[in-house]
Design a protein around this ligand. Structure first.
Ligand SMILES: [Zn+2]
Ligand SMILES: [Zn+2]
Length: 251
């Protein structure tokens, strides 16, 4: 369908595979290239059944991506490394309203880290693999791909020309990926996808998925993370200023 051509978007499938990533490499769930003299971020939103504050608990390293591997990521000038951490428990989040992961996205210049933090928090000390939003360490095999927006993003006239069921199944890629489009089959697409700070459009930064689309049984659930009801989620960032707080949407 030639009318779809202008809608083509590129994405980078991460193809995570269980492994032992290096501290400076792009990866999911492994050690971060984190300065020894910078405090590790934590979550102070936990209470016991009586409302008594618990913790704070260290955030968990979710992903680290380098500009060398992912030049298409919206790196701020002078940065070449982005790190994502979150609290693996669900919390009330301000934007979008509802449950989500309290995320911290850190953009830095790798060469600014002269001495990396050797003793990084062990996720298993506070959280449980396979129950929490806690990925096992994985190495990545990036693959560039073209996909098309979720059907609700298309103009009505174009939608009428489509076999919608077929389009839904084939336009948007599943699995962990950087950029591109997210599928909204469960909730329908939010009517506005806007930054909670400045109101500019949000763009998909990272998609997290329970399953990878692969024939290999071993690589089907490499991160061991169950996202929502065994579906996927997306971390969106502000298209005008990637330092504005990211927004987390679950399917
Ligand atoms: Zn927390
Ligand atoms: Zn913004």
């Amino acid at each position: 369908m030639p009318d779809l051509t202008p809608y083509a978007r590129s994405t980078v499938r991460l193809h995570p595979r269980r492994g032992t990533p290096g501290i400076r490499e792009s990866h999911i769930g492994g050690p971060l290239w984190w300065p020894a003299d910078e405090p590790w971020p934590d979550c102070a939103e936990h209470k016991d059944v009586n409302g008594k504050p618990q913790g704070p608990y260290p955030l968990v390293a979710i992903a680290q991506l380098t500009a060398a591997d992912f030049p298409e990521a919206p790196f701020l000038p002078g940065t070449d490394l982005v790190q994502l951490l979150w609290c693996p428990e669900w919390h009330d989040q301000p934007h979008p309203e509802g449950w989500g992961q309290l995320c911290q996205l850190v953009w830095r210049r790798a060469s600014d880290v002269t001495e990396p933090l050797a003793d990084q928090p062990d996720p298993e000390e506070h959280w449980v693999y396979d129950e929490d939003m806690l990925p096992r360490p994985c190495v990545l095999r990036p693959e560039r791909a073209v996909e098309y927006p979720w059907v609700e993003e298309l103009a009505d006239a174009l939608r009428e020309q489509l076999d919608e069921d077929h389009y839904r199944d084939t336009s948007v890629l599943s699995g962990w990926k950087l950029g591109g489009s997210m599928g909204w089959a469960t909730t329908d697409m939010p009517s506005s996808l806007e930054c909670g700070v400045c109101g500019q459009p949000l763009a998909l930064f990272l998609q997290f998925d329970t399953y990878e689309d692969t024939d290999s049984e071993e690589d089907r659930e490499p991160t061991g993370m169950t996202v929502g009801r065994a579906s996927h989620a997306g971390l969106f960032i502000c298209s005008a200023d990637p330092t504005h707080p990211p927004s987390f949407f679950t399917q």
